[in-house]
Structures are given as structure tokens and as C-alpha cells.
Design a protein around this ligand. Structure first.
Ligand code: GLU
Length: 333
């Protein structure tokens, strides 16, 4: 059904997958840097994919800003919406036909069922569930339905949920180590197709990573539960899942994920202020244990002795003083 990846799995392939729902922040920069280093340090290929299926939340300016941010950071990619490539299109809203086809496959194997329950998580399913957005475990109210029961629901709103009952998933995360999850009990049946008729994040990301030949998914550790869900989808389709590397988040002094309440931490702000990218990269490299000091450095200079195992498995606390240090005039070293 899917286009097969154009490269053998022996070539590491990673992706940078921004959602243009807003500005990219310093926490995103840290994850993008590690994702890029992990692949490039092994001579692999990096692709850029724009995850824009969450239509009400998409900001028209955010795609170009994310591309400009990544380029400013000194990260590059081999395939993407700007460059083209053998696995395009690289914008999720241009890949809807493949998601529809995948849903039909899941229906044919009774791996999904139509669900009438109206809950906030059904509405929110187009976006990756970040910290605090996981919501309660779905109790399985509609799990007795079969795929064909959807015919009786014509004209009524319903979503499609993936069955997880009795499934336990286990994998070794590149930073967090061995992870085990009783998916049926702790995460529950999750939405793969939304009530409004569009794909959910969980389905789209698996379809794209598979079709694009991605061998390593490196992203923030608030998506760790989603790795278990996604691995179940790989299993259902009969595909080998990629390696997963979940990067601990950057948090504010209050221990919460960096957000507006912590002030303006946009990468674009640093660019606007004329801060040299090397200053941010040096800071991030130090925060990841890649360098002993915060000395400015270009991303590519971190490649020769990069080792993902040096990255601490705990969140990195960013203090106000760190912002001031980053934002000081460029001439001050
Ligand atoms: N596009 C998602 C985000 O920016 C990332 C999803 C992923 O890496 O799987 O939150």
C-alpha cells in the first residue's frame, strides 16, 4: 500500500517534525539539535516534515518561521518541503490519501472501532499530546462495536479508536532506557481518526515515519506514552518500528514545561535580537552534557564526538539568569 522507503534501513534516517501551531522555543531547539546530531554523527539522512493536520490551531506564519529557526541553528536536512525528495510530499495535509487507506486497513482487520463518545481528547487528537494533555484512560464504552457498525452511525459524529486491550509494549529508549507499558490498562484505546473526518496525530506520524524510511524518532519525552501507542500501530501493520529516543524537556524554575508563563523563549526572539546561534548551541550542548562549558560552538562542530548517552535522563531546568545570559548583546562574550 505505502510507498516503500527509498533507502535501506542500514542508513540512519531521522526527522525534524515541527507542528506549525506556534513558535518554536528553546526546548524545541534542544530536541532538534539532538535529533540532528544523532543522525548526522552516523552519516545518516535527515528529513523535514511539517505536521499541520491540526487545522484549527495551525498558524500560517509558523511553517516558514520553523524552517528559518532550524536553518539559523545550523541544522540541515536532505529532504523536505523546501527541497523536495523521494518521499514527498513533506507536508501532512498533502498526504491525506495515505492516512485514509491506512484507516481502511485497520478497519478490515478489526483493529479499530467506531466510537460515539464525545470527549475532549477526541477533539484534541490531531496534535501530539504534550505534557498535561494525556487525559483520562478511555473506558472502552464503544469497544463492543465492529467496524461494520459504522454503517448504522451514518450521519452521527463518531471517531475511530484503536483497540489496546491486553497489549503490553516494551522497548529500549535511547536516553530513557527500558520502558514497559500495559497499554490497554494505562493508556487505553486511542483515537486514530477524528470525529471531524481527519487523521489523528498517532496514525499520521506512524504512516509518515514508515513511508519516509525513518529509522530513529527523536523528540521530547512528553511523547513517551505515544511511542507505545505508535509501536502498536507498527505491529498491526506488520512493520518494524523505528528506534525511539525521548529527550527530557527543558523546564522552568517551577519544574513545568517551558511555556509562555516563563516569558518569551522563542528561538525567533534570539534571532531578532542578533544573538549568535553558536551561543545558543553552546548553551544547549552544555545542558546536554556534550560540552563542559557554555562556550559558543557551531552545531556541526559537535558532530565528531557526539554520544547520545551523555544526555541526562532528567529535565533541564532553565533559570531566568540563563535567559538573560542568552539574550545579552551579541558583542558581549
Ligand atoms: N509534530 C510534533 C510536535 O511538534 C512532534 C511529533 C513527533 O515527533 O512525533 O509536537
Amino acid at each position: 500500500m505505502m510507498a516503500t522507503p527509498a533507502y535501506p534501513r542500514t542508513v540512519p534516517v531521522g526527522r525534524l517534525a515541527p507542528s506549525p501551531t506556534g513558535a518554536q522555543h528553546v526546548g524545541n531547539a534542544r530536541t532538534y539539535l539532538l535529533a540532528w546530531l544523532s543522525i548526522r554523527s552516523r552519516g545518516g539522512r535527515v528529513l523535514l516534515r511539517i505536521e499541520d493536520i491540526d487545522s484549527p490551531r495551525i498558524k500560517p506564519w509558523a511553517t516558514q518561521q520553523a524552517i528559518d529557526d532550524l536553518a539559523w541553528l545550523g541544522l540541515d536536512w536532505d529532504e523536505g518541503p523546501d527541497l523536495g525528495g523521494p518521499h514527498g510530499p513533506y507536508i501532512q495535509t498533502e498526504r491525506l490519501a495515505s492516512y485514509t487507506e491506512a484507516l481502511q486497513r485497520l478497519q478490515a482487520m478489526e483493529a479499530v472501532y467506531p466510537c460515539r463518545c464525545t470527549r475532549a481528547d477526541v477533539a484534541a487528537a490531531a496534535s501530539a499530546p504534550h505534557v498535561g494533555q494525556e487525559g483520562p484512560v478511555y473506558p472502552g464504552t464503544c469497544a463492543g462495536r465492529t467496524a461494520n457498525d459504522a454503517r448504522d452511525l451514518a450521519g452521527q459524529p463518531y471517531c475511530w479508536r484503536f483497540r489496546t486491550a491486553g497489549t503490553v509494549d516494551e522497548f529500549a529508549d535511547g536516553i530513557l532506557g527500558d520502558r514497559v507499558c500495559d497499554v490497554g490498562r494505562d493508556l487505553g484505546d486511542f483515537v486514530v481518526w477524528k470525529t471531524d473526518g481527519g487523521p489523528a496525530y498517532q496514525l499520521a506520524v506512524v504512516l509518515d515515519d514508515q513511508a519516509m524510511g525513518v529509522t530513529e524518532v527523536c523528540r521530547g519525552d512528553d511523547l513517551l506514552p505515544s511511542a507505545h501507542r505508535q509501536r502498536l500501530l507498527y505491529r498491526a501493520f506488520g512493520w518494524t518500528p523505528p528506534e525511539f529516543v525521548h529527550v527530557p524537556l527543558v523546564v522552568g524554575p517551577d519544574g513545568r514545561r517551558l511555556a509562555k508563563r516563563h516569558g518569551d523563549t522563542r528561538i525567533a526572539l534570539l534571532r531578532e535580537r542578533g544573538v549568535p546561534a553558536e551561543r545558543l548551541i553552546g548553551f544547549l550542548a552544555w545542558s546536554c552534557g556534550l560540552r563542559p562549558t557554555r562556550e559558543p560552538i557551531a552545531a556541526r562542530r559537535l558532530l565528531p564526538d557526539f554520544d547520545i548517552r551523555t544526555v541526562p535522563a532528567e529535565p533541564f531546568v532553565m533559570a531566568d539568569a540563563d535567559w538573560k545570559w542568552l539574550l545579552r548583546p551579541a558583542a558581549e562574550t
